[in-house]
Design a protein around this ligand. Structure first.
Ligand code: CA
Ligand code: CA
Length: 459
C-alpha cells in the first residue's frame, strides 16, 4: 500500500467575475441590460405556479387540492420551468421523468394553502413512487438542469433514480428495493438527507449508489445520507465510483452493505467475477469522505466472508484510485484488503489498524449496535469523541449541531469535533431517563419505556 498526500485544487475554485468591466459600458447600454433582466425576472415569477397532485383529485387542472392531477406525471406534463409540484401523501404507481427547472415535493396532507409549504411532513404523509412490475426506473433525468426531488419514497424500479448528464438535487428521499438505488452518469448531483437501503444490483455496479463520470466538471455531493443493507454483484455493495470525477461524501453512514461474486454469462458454467468492495469501490476515481462512519460492510466470495470497507482498482486509465478520508470511522479494513495500490490521504480518523496521517487513531471505536435507536453512534468512552477536526457541515447525520464539547474528554472548546457521522451528544443531567440519548427527556423516551413496560428480559 502506498500512502502519500496529493495537493488538490479547492472545491470552490472558480473563474473571477468581471463586474468592473461591465460598469465601463455606456449608461444607456447598462439601463437596457437591466430592463431586459427585470423583464425576464418578472416573466419568470409571474409564470411560476404551484401544481397540485392527489390520488383523490378530480384531475381537472391542479390549481386546488380538489382539482389536483391524479398522477405526478400529469403534474409534470402541465408544468413549466420555475413551477413547484406539491404531491399529497399516497402510493403513486408510476415512473416519472424530471423536468428542467421544476421542483417536485412530497409529504402534503392535501389541505395546505399556498403559503403553507412548510407544513408538509414527508414522514406523516408518506408519498411513494412505485414502479413495481413495470421494468422501469422510478425517477429519470437525462440532460435536465435545476430539477429538485424532495420528500419521496422510491420503490421497486430497475433503478430508484437514474441521472444522466443532469443537474439535480435530491432531498429527504428513501430509495428502497430497487436495483440499484441511485445511478449517476456525469452531471452535477446533490443528495441530502436520503436513506438508500435494500437495493440490489445484479449487473456489476454499485448496490446503493452507482456513480461514474470522466468530465472534471461533473460532481456528486452526498450529505447526511444513510446507505445500508444494499447488495451488489461484483463491485461496490454500498457505493461504486468510477472515472476521474471526485464524489464528496459528507456526514454519511455506509454500513451493512454486501458485495457478492458474479457469475459470468456465456463463458461456460462455474466462472465468476470476484467480489470487490463491500462498502465503497473506487475505480480510478478520487473519493472524499468527511465525517463518515463506514462499518460492517462485507465482501463475500468463496472463502470466509471478509469485512472490507474499501476496494481500489486501477484500470490503467488516467487517475489513480484515491480516498481522502477526514474525521471518519472506518471500522472494517486492513491494508491487505485495499486492492490495487491506492493513494490514501487519511487524517483525524479511526481505522482498525493504524494508518499514517495527522490525528489518526486505531482500535475499537466503541459504537452502538445496529438495532439501537441510533445505529453505530458513539458510545460513552469512545476514542472518537472530541478527537477529530473541522471537516464537514455543521450538522451530523441526524441533524444535531456539531461540534458539541464533552468537557475533560479529548479537545475542549470550540474545536471538539467527533469522528464519524454522529456527534456524541455528551453526558446529560437526565441521562438516566434519556433512553434514546437524544439530549432531551421527551415523548420518544416515554414511548420506548411504555413499549418495554413489564417485558421480561433475560433468564
Ligand atoms: Ca464532540
Ligand atoms: Ca472535550
Amino acid at each position: 500500500m502506498r500512502t502519500r498526500r496529493r495537493s488538490r485544487k479547492s472545491d470552490h475554485d472558480s473563474a473571477p467575475t468581471s463586474r468592473a468591466a461591465a460598469s465601463k459600458g455606456p449608461l444607456t447600454k447598462q439601463i437596457l441590460v437591466w430592463v431586459v433582466f427585470l423583464w425576464l425576472v418578472l416573466c419568470h415569477t409571474a409564470g411560476a405556479k404551484i401544481i397540485r397532485v392527489a390520488l383523490d383529485g378530480s384531475g381537472e387542472n391542479g390549481e386546488t387540492w380538489e382539482t389536483a392531477y391524479k398522477t405526478v406525471s400529469a403534474g409534470i406534463a402541465h408544468s413549466a420551468s420555475g413551477d413547484a409540484i406539491w404531491v399529497k401523501g399516497g402510493l403513486y404507481a408510476e415512473a416519472v421523468n424530471l423536468k428542467s427547472g421544476v421542483g417536485i415535493y412530497g409529504g402534503f396532507a392535501g389541505t395546505e394553502a399556498e403559503d403553507q409549504f412548510s407544513l408538509r411532513d414527508w414522514n406523516a404523509h408518506t408519498t411513494t413512487l412505485y414502479a413495481g412490475g413495470t421494468g422501469r426506473q422510478v425517477v429519470r433525468a437525462t440532460d435536465i438542469v435545476s430539477a429538485i426531488l424532495d420528500g419521496f419514497v422510491l420503490r421497486k424500479g430497475t433503478r430508484g433514480i437514474s441521472l444522466i448528464d443532469s443537474e439535480v438535487s435530491v432531498f429527504r428521499c428513501e430509495v428502497l428495493e430497487n436495483g440499484p438505488g441511485i445511478a449517476i452518469f456525469e452531471g452535477s448531483t446533490v443528495i441530502t438527507g436520503c436513506t438508500i437501503t435494500q437495493n440490489i444490483n445484479n449487473l456489476g455496479g454499485g448496490g446503493g449508489i452507482d456513480v461514474s463520470g470522466e468530465r472534471p466538471e461533473s460532481s456528486l455531493r452526498m450529505v447526511n445520507c444513510r446507505v445500508f443493507g444494499n447488495v451488489s454483484r461484483a463491485r461496490g455493495g454500498g457505493v461504486y465510483c468510477s472515472g476521474s470525477m471526485s464524489p464528496v461524501i459528507d456526514s454519511c453512514l455506509i454500513t451493512d452493505n454486501l458485495v457478492l461474486h458474479k457469475p459470468i454469462s456465456g463463458g461456460g458454467g462455474g466462472r465468476f467475477e470476484e467480489a470487490r468492495g463491500g462498502g465503497v469501490y473506487i475505480r480510478d476515481a478520487i473519493v472524499v469522505a468527511r465525517n463518515c462512519t463506514i462499518v460492517r460492510n462485507q465482501q463475500g466470495d468463496f472463502g470466509p466472508t471478509r469485512k472490507i470497507s474499501f476496494f481500489f482498482e486501477d484500470s490503467g486509465l488516467p487517475g489513480t484510485p484515491t480516498a481522502i478520508i477526514q474525521s471518519s470511522i472506518v471500522a472494517d479494513a486492513t491494508a491487505s484488503d485495499f486492492g490495487d495500490t491506492p493513494i490514501l490521504d487519511v487524517s483525524y480518523s479511526l481505522f482498525p489498524s493504524f494508518v499514517a496521517g495527522e490525528g489518526n487513531i486505531s482500535g475499537n471505536p466503541k459504537l452502538a449496535g445496529l438495532f439501537t435507536p441510533k445505529p453505530y453512534s458513539l458510545l460513552p468512552g469512545s476514542p472518537c469523541i472530541d478527537t477529530a477536526t473541522r471537516a464537514s457541515s455543521d450538522r451530523d447525520v441526524i441533524g444535531n449541531p456539531r461540534p458539541l464539547d464533552v468537557p475533560g474528554v479529548g479537545v475542549d472548546g470550540p474545536d471538539a469535533f467527533d469522528m464519524g457521522a454522529y456527534e456524541y451528544p455528551g453526558p446529560f443531567i437526565n441521562s438516566r431517563s434519556d433512553i434514546n440519548q437524544s439530549g432531551k427527556v421527551d415523548t420518544e423516551d416515554l414511548l420506548l419505556l411504555i413499549a418495554d413496560w413489564q417485558k421480561v428480559s433475560g433468564p
